[in-house]
Design a protein around this ligand. Sequence first.
Ligand SMILES: Nc1ncnc2c1ncn2[C@@H]1O[C@H](COP(=O)(O)OP(=O)(O)OP(=O)(O)O)[C@@H](O)[C@H]1O
Ligand SMILES: [Mg+2]
Length: 209
Amino acid sequence: MRVASFVGQKGGVGKSALARVLAVAAARKGRKTLIADFDREQLTCVEWAGRRKRAGRKPDVEAREFKTLKKLRKNVDGYDVVVVDTRGHADELTKDVADESDVVFLPTSASLDDLGPTLDLARRLARHGIADRIVIVLSRVGRSERLLDNAARVIEEAGFEALQVHWPQRDGFQGDLDDGLAGSEASNPHLRQSAKALEDALLARLGGK
Ligand SMILES: Nc1ncnc2c1ncn2[C@@H]1O[C@H](COP(=O)(O)OP(=O)(O)OP(=O)(O)O)[C@@H](O)[C@H]1O
Ligand SMILES: [Mg+2]
């Protein structure tokens, strides 16, 4: 079993979106996948999984609410992939979730407003000896190459790994999430292609079979 978590200091940066993108990608590979939704106030992934089920989308992606890691540990038997979504604002649970993950994705926009707190969290997590599992993902990004290059440079200078593929901000991706879809399930071929590249990068970093 492989565990990927999406954590962050900032709200609204795409944690729950990317958790769903990775979960769908893993499920499409035939890996039995669970989204563990620790954002108990919003339950974004649980709500989405409900919409997905009602719309009859395949493959099924299971998402369940969890309050504690202890509870999660007791319920992961038989899963190949567990994707953990957490709430904005890092807390004690963020560190514990990161400790138990094979890879810890930190989505952030390309702005210094978001990158600063994200890199601060990355440094705090790295102190627990998990620096090599931390991957920063540029998320909900616009079309400016200059801003993206600048963000990539800031991440590199901070000594952290950046996922080489970004998650672009597009109305189509938002509409798909509303419809119980994610990532490369997009109907638009351009969106599908860029999501596919992202999924492959997330899956490669997750590892496993
Ligand atoms: N690539 C994208 N293009 C357009 N909209 C997106 C994209 N990714 C996410 N969104 C939308 O942006 C909003 C924030 O994304 P999301 O909920 O994934 O962020 P989050 O980091 O989980 O937020 P929170 O901290 O509140 O949990 C949501 O309305 C989501 O549907
Ligand atoms: Mg969320």
